[in-house]
Each structure stands twice: as C-alpha cells, then as structure tokens.
Design a protein around this ligand. Sequence first.
Ligand SMILES: C[S@@+](CC[C@H](N)C(=O)[O-])C[C@H]1O[C@@H](n2cnc3c(N)ncnc32)[C@H](O)[C@@H]1O
Length: 285
Amino acid sequence: MPTLIEVYKKATKKLENIKRDESDIRLLLCEVNHLENMSEFYLKKDEEILDLDRFNSLLERYQKREPVQYIIGKCDFFGSKFNVDRRVLIPRVETEEVALYALRKITSVFGDKKIVLADVCCGSGCIGISLAKHTEISTLFLSDISRDACDVAASNLAFNEISGFVLNGDALKPLIKHNIKVDVIVANPPYILNKNDVQKSVLDYEPHNALFTTDNLDVYRSIIMDAQKVMNDKLLMVFEIGYDLRNKLITLLQELNIPCTFTFRKDMNGNDRIFSILLERTIEA
Ligand SMILES: C[S@@+](CC[C@H](N)C(=O)[O-])C[C@H]1O[C@@H](n2cnc3c(N)ncnc32)[C@H](O)[C@@H]1O
C-alpha cells in the first residue's frame, strides 16, 4: 500500500484543475486512517494508507463537489466536533461568532445565574451544545421543524455528552405547547433571500429548508411574535441574520410593536450579521 503522503500528492495533482482546498484531502486521509487531526496526519504521513479503495471512493464524491464535512460525517465548531450529514446545514464559521457573542451577552445580562436556553432552528445543535459547554445552563432545549435535524441534534447531544431535550416543531410552538419558559433563545433561522447568493455546491447538497427565507422573514417574525409567551422575567434573543436583513428586521420590530431593546453587531466585513433583542417584563403599578 502507498503511504499517506504519496496518496496525498497524487490526489492533489488529480484535483489541480477543480480549485478545491488541499486541506480537505488531508481530512479524507485522516478519516480513512482513523487519525484525530491534522497534527496526527503530519506525524504519520509516512505510514501506509489503510484502505486505498475507500479513499478513492471518498475522493470521487469530493470531486463531484460534495462538501468534505458530509463525506466524513463530522465538522468542527467552537472547539468541538459535531456529526453532520445531508439532513442538516454544515455549521459555518460566522455562526461561531454568534455563539461567542451570545456567551458574552448572557454573562452581561444574567451574570452567573444558571439559565434555561433554547436553540431554535438548531440543525445539528451546534450553537446550543457549544453554549452549554461554556456557560452555566440549567436546562437546554434544541428545536427544529425538521425531524431529521432533530435526530442529528440528538446524536450530537450524546456525542458531546451534554444533556438536553430535543423538540420538533415550528419556531417557538413546541416550547409553547409544553409550557416551557426560557431565559435565552439563540437562533440561526433560514435567512437567504436570493438563491443567486448561494454557491452551487451548497444548493446541490445542503437542505434548502435550512437556507431560504422570504421577504416576510417568516421564522424571525414567528419567534419574535411569540417570545413573550415563553419568557421568564427577562428574555435575551440572539439571532444570526443575513447581511441584507437589518432594515427589514427594524421594520418588523416596529410593526410588531413589542417593547424591547435591540442591537446589531457587524462581522469583520462590516455587515450586520448578529441581531440581539432583550425583553423585560415591566411591573405594573
Ligand atoms: C440556517 S440552519 C441553522 C442550523 C444550525 N443552527 C446552525 O447554525 O448550523 C436553519 C435551521 O432552521 C430549521 N428551520 C427552518 N424553518 C423552521 C421553522 N419554521 N421552525 C423551526 N426550525 C426551522 C431548518 O430545518 C434548519 O435546521
């Protein structure tokens, strides 16, 4: 059998023309030889490949532009590994910024109180599970309208040894149905308005119900409209948003006329990509 480095060199040459990331080929080799990470790849690069046929079939899928995370069934997010397959969106680096922002906001709003957190539109569950690893959470809920996504989220709770409940349903409806009250909602709802903003490999492989919204901003609208039904004394909501949604969301808040404070946060390209809302119950005199 050839060595890992020999197979790697041959594969990169073969893929020269299709402009893909060479580090993905190393990930495929790690998968075939059961290596944990890239450092292990470099340490073991002169060892023989364990199953050349399997590598070739993975490479064939990769040549057809299937995302490497789906091929190996795993992705990295916020320092942890998550199971992913075509039933869920592949967590993006932008979403790591949302998780980090949510962590900071949770501390500034709730101090060291143990919070009840719901990751709505959870997909793989990457945001909620990551937050549960980094902050004090008394109960974690992960919910999604897709039953398939709920199954993947449940597998990720087990895989990451985090306890939590998975609920299936539209926006906040499952929380309302079970009369669950929460302190924090994080959500990365589908937010793409225009199909032309999306690369072909994303369109071909990732679930469309995870990607697209309409001008009506249906999922944001539904969550914000129902928020008061699931809140404790205070409710912090942190949303990932599309680069073109800021003004539409301001209009939506005005239209719904819900008393709240809100902030937008820009990403490193200067686009508003995080939207947070704080609702507080007012004590009536
Ligand atoms: C952009 S993905 C986000 C997945 C994951 N939170 C992440 O950041 O990688 C959006 C998710 O919202 C779910 N979804 C779409 N419409 C929904 C709805 N009305 N209620 C609940 N979940 C919904 C999709 O199934 C998908 O898993």
